[in-house]
Design a protein around this ligand. Structure first.
Ligand code: PMP
Length: 291
């Protein structure tokens, strides 16, 4: 496996980062997770735009342009000869001293990893997922805005630990005010009276690329889509519920906190959108092996 590290493709064993890197010391940095479907990098431009928006929000200046990073990503996938897989791009603050001051880190670290992907078993998509709500609240946008895809994932990891203890693969996190925000690594949607509803970004959720894709696919089908706050009551009484994310794609949710949704089977609109999504990923994306 070849890893892109600060402008060079190096073997995995040589891809090493300093222990003084503030990504390691403080979780100071940003990242992206991207899918490769059939030799195409799905929504690469959108992921890079989100990465640069996250970097800008934490006042981190990437050492390469968006176009250069796009090319580097394509080259990394090509060098590893992958047609399907998962890409992780990380831009950390870089090496500094033991203090937390980012001023002491003049050179951000840039890493691109292209690897195989671990996905949920097929059964989860057929039968749907049972999840719970965890007590760990999603970070307040006033403290650390979840719009930023930062390396600081402890908030989500604390929620994931609760999910692990309850033996469920995902969990709902509420905002400080008690509205449904998102899952530990996925966005959430409900369907009520044929309307698709997802929490608005200002509530403090990641602007998911899959979330946006699903909104667009739903609109193309003429499904009314709303971004508005809702509560657990709305989830428990929803006609359908599903999660979206780069790795998870669209996962039907059939039970939340012991309350069955749609009689415990994936909903009709959920299944339609899953089908549309699978068709869409085949044709969208930056081609890796054009020549
Ligand atoms: N929310 C969080 C907290 C995430 O980490 C992710 C990405 N895994 C998502 C939502 C989904 O975003 P995307 O569709 O861009 O992968």
């Amino acid at each position: 496996m070849l890893i892109y590290l600060n402008g060079k493709l190096v073997p995995k064993e040589e891809a090493k980062v300093s222990v003084f890197d503030h990504g390691f010391l403080y979780g100071d940095g940003v990242f992206e997770g991207i899918r490769i479907y059939n030799g195409r990098i799905f929504k690469l431009k959108e992921h890079i735009e989100r990465l640069y928006a996250s970097a800008h929000a934490i006042d981190l200046k990437p050492p390469l342009t968006q176009e250069e990073l796009l090319q580097a990503t394509v080259e990394t996938v090509r060098a590893n000869n992958l047609r399907d897989g998962y890409i992780r791009i990380v831009i950390s603050r870089g090496e500094g001293d033991l203090g937390l001051d980012p001023k002491k880190c003049p050179n951000p670290t840039v890493v691109i990893i292209a690897d195989k992907i671990a996905i949920y078993p097929e059964e989860v998509y057929k039968k749907g997922m049972k999840i719970i709500t965890v007590s760990t609240r999603r970070n307040s946008p006033q403290a650390l805005n979840p719009n930023i895809k930062s390396l600081n994932y402890l908030n989500n990891i604390l929620a994931k630990i609760e999910a692990n203890r309850a033996n469920v693969p995902e969990a709902i996190m509420l905002s400080i005010e008690g509205y449904v925000a998102e899952a530990t690594g996925d966005n959430i949607f409900i369907v009520k009276n044929k309307t698709l509803i997802t929490p608005p970004l200002h509530l403090g959720v990641l602007p998911g690329i899959t979330r946006q894709t699903v909104i667009e696919l739903a609109k193309e089908r003429g499904i009314i889509t709303e971004e508005k706050p809702f509560t657990l009551y709305d989830v428990y009484t929803a006609d359908e519920c599903f999660l979206t994310g780069t790795a998870a794609e669209i996962v039907p949710v059939v039970e939340v906190d012991g309350r069955e949704i749609n009689g415990g089977v994936p909903g009709e609109i959920t299944l339609l959108l899953m089908k549309d999504f699978h068709e869409y990923v085949k044709k969208e994306g930056v081609e890796v092996y054009k020549d």
